[in-house]
Design a protein around this ligand. Structure first.
Ligand code: 5GP
Ligand code: MG
Length: 182
């Protein structure tokens, strides 16, 4: 079987970004975080946004060389008839982040609805700083002004799957990133 193609829910996808390239991009983000958090008094809290960021977070933290903690939240977005997504918080944050440096870890920033929700949600908890890491960033679709501090890879408007990202829950386990082959 041709492993450069995969069929999910009857639709065919082809490899767009191989795992080696993803790994290099994550190393660059880790290098920046290692410089940013070199001071021992920081000890940031990574906040992974479930479910898509799990693979990215796991690989990213193993490339960091500072002390850190790890927490998770789960949000989901529902698209209504308008183009504005409504975000629901399914699993809230259980840690106290007041006065702490937090690093949000997202799988992908598209319109920015999800990251904007996360920023407002976390700001209310009075952290010392909030940085945003995302594996993928679609700058042409981003509708907000808050800077995305550490985008690993910038892409166009295409729909991608793999490396944590799903097509109706399938494809998260793929080690490469795929795009619709149509
Ligand atoms: P937002 O528009 O809020 O920035 O992104 C919302 C969510 O849509 C993301 O967290 C992700 O779950 C999903 N999403 C956006 N673009 C893609 C994509 O290209 N592929 C996949 N699998 N999910 C995406
Ligand atoms: Mg997400």
């Amino acid at each position: 079987m041709d492993s450069s193609k995969v069929t999910l829910h009857g639709r065919q996808f082809r490899v767009m970004i191989p795992d080696t390239e993803i790994d290099k991009a994550i190393q660059k983000v880790a290098d920046k975080l290692n410089a940013r958090f070199s001071s021992p008094d920081s000890r940031p809290i990574f906040i992974g946004v479930l479910k898509g960021s799990v693979l990215f977070l796991a690989d990213l933290v193993r490339k960091t060389s500072f002390l850190s903690e790890m927490e998770f939240v789960r949000i989901s977005s529902y698209e209504g008839t308008s183009s504005t997504g409504k975000i629901t918080l399914n699993i809230p944050l259980s840690a106290d982040i007041e006065g702490r440096d937090v690093v949000i870890v997202e799988d992908i920033v598209d319109t920015g609805e999800s990251i904007n929700f996360m920023l407002s949600y976390l700001k209310e908890k009075n952290p010392r700083s909030i940085s945003v890491c995302t594996l993928f960033f679609k700058p042409d679709k981003y509708r907000y002004t808050h800077p995305i501090d550490y985008p690993a890879l910038t892409i166009g408007n295409e729909f991608i799957v793999g490396y944590g990202l799903d097509y109706d829950q399938l494809g998260r386990n793929l080690k490469d990133v795929y795009v619709l082959d149509e």
